[in-house]
Design a protein around this ligand. Structure first.
Ligand code: PBG
Length: 331
């Protein structure tokens, strides 16, 4: 009889399965995205993100403690100002919401690694990620005018205590611009995590509700990437590496695992994957109907990102995932 090859042999016991596991994950790889808003004594639930909230700075403590307790020691902050204007001035105001939140958290919880999102869309009245200009008969975002404001935003965040800046605007040349601004201000050791491979995606819907940042006209397709393109994503990643990015992010995650793998293979810096608001919302919605097992699905999604090549995983499920790792469900 011909010999049957038996891959099942290595699946026979839990111990053996764990021993031969190819992907290992740890809570130190998780980043929790968090919304902070102007005002006082308020915690508002985000409708399309059940279990996720916007916090005023004075209300963040329980969340910080909860995260640190389970071993999640990285957060990504998004600021939501009361006042929005054409130029997104609160993004680079010394006493802006993200600056105040960063400085509060870093002072009180120095062990928390605070990453700050560098973009203008949460701060502009029109909701675009940069300065809007009229190019002939159509409105567009002026790339080079925006760079100047992004530099100011990044420097002001680091002055407030940010450990790492994460530009998510998708302007050309912004990594180099931010690197040089940080260096000029003496912040040569502050890394840049660039959202280099960021697609124009409907998966960001719930985030835009949370941040009030849906564009009031047009869409983001003149700066975020067309989701039909793969090689262009590699081009974006390589350019950002050249410009000095320390980490490359791919976003969204679940529909873009090919891009995580490509960037992992084509660059030699860490790859981060951001499982965005729409991914979380879909799981929550189906789970609330009893149609899927929330914990198992969330674990499977997370492991797939690491298997594809990510070493950092940003998710609204960071705390729950850390608990699953602790329980030995995954890891
Ligand atoms: C832009 C930004 C967005 C997200 C992160 N940074 C929204 C957008 O590009 O419209 C989306 C994240 C999510 O959906 O969870 N500052």
């Amino acid at each position: 009889m011909e010999l049957i090859k038996r891959p099942r042999r290595l699946r026979s016991t839990p111990g053996l399965r764990k021993m031969v596991r190819e992907t290992r994950i740890d809570a130190s790889s998780l980043v929790y995205p968090m919304f902070v808003m102007d005002g006082e004594s308020r915690v508002d639930e985000i409708k399309a993100l059940p279990g996720q909230y916007r916090y005023t700075v004075d209300m963040v403590d329980p969340k910080m403690e909860e995260l640190l307790d389970v071993g999640v020691s990285s957060i990504m902050l998004f600021g939501i100002p009361d006042h929005k204007d054409e130029m997104g001035s609160q993004a680079y105001a010394e006493d802006g919401i993200i600056q105040r939140a960063t400085s509060y958290i870093k002072n009180k919880y120095p062990e928390m690694f605070v990453i700050t999102d560098v973009c203008l869309c949460e701060y502009t009245s029109h909701g675009h990620c940069g300065v809007v200009c009229k190019c002939g008969s159509r409105h567009d975002v002026d790339n080079d005018k925006t760079l100047d404001l992004l530099q100011r935003a990044a420097v002001s965040q680091v002055l407030a205590g940010s450990d790492m800046v994460a530009p998510s605007d998708m302007m050309d040349g912004r990594v180099a611009a931010i690197r040089s601004a940080l260096d000029h201000n003496g912040f040569t050791d502050t890394p840049i995590m660039s959202y280099a491979v960021k697609y124009a995606s409907s998966f960001y819907g719930p985030f835009r509700e949370a941040a009030g940042s849906a564009p009031s006209f047009g869409d983001r397709r003149s700066y975020q990437m067309d989701f039909h393109n793969r090689r262009e994503g590699i081009k974006e990643a390589l350019l950002d590496v050249e410009e000095g990015a320390d980490i490359i992010m791919v976003k969204p995650c679940m529909s873009y695992l090919d891009m995580i793998r490509d960037v992992y293979e084509r660059t030699d810096i860490p790859v981060a994957a951001y499982s965005v608001s729409g991914e979380y919302a879909m799981v929550k919605a189906a789970a609330s109907q009893g149609w899927i097992d929330e914990k198992n699905i969330m674990c499977e999604m997370a492991v797939s990102a690491f298997r594809a090549g990510a070493s950092i995983y940003e998710t609204y499920y960071a705390k729950e995932l850390a608990e699953c790792i602790r329980e030995g469900r995954i890891g």
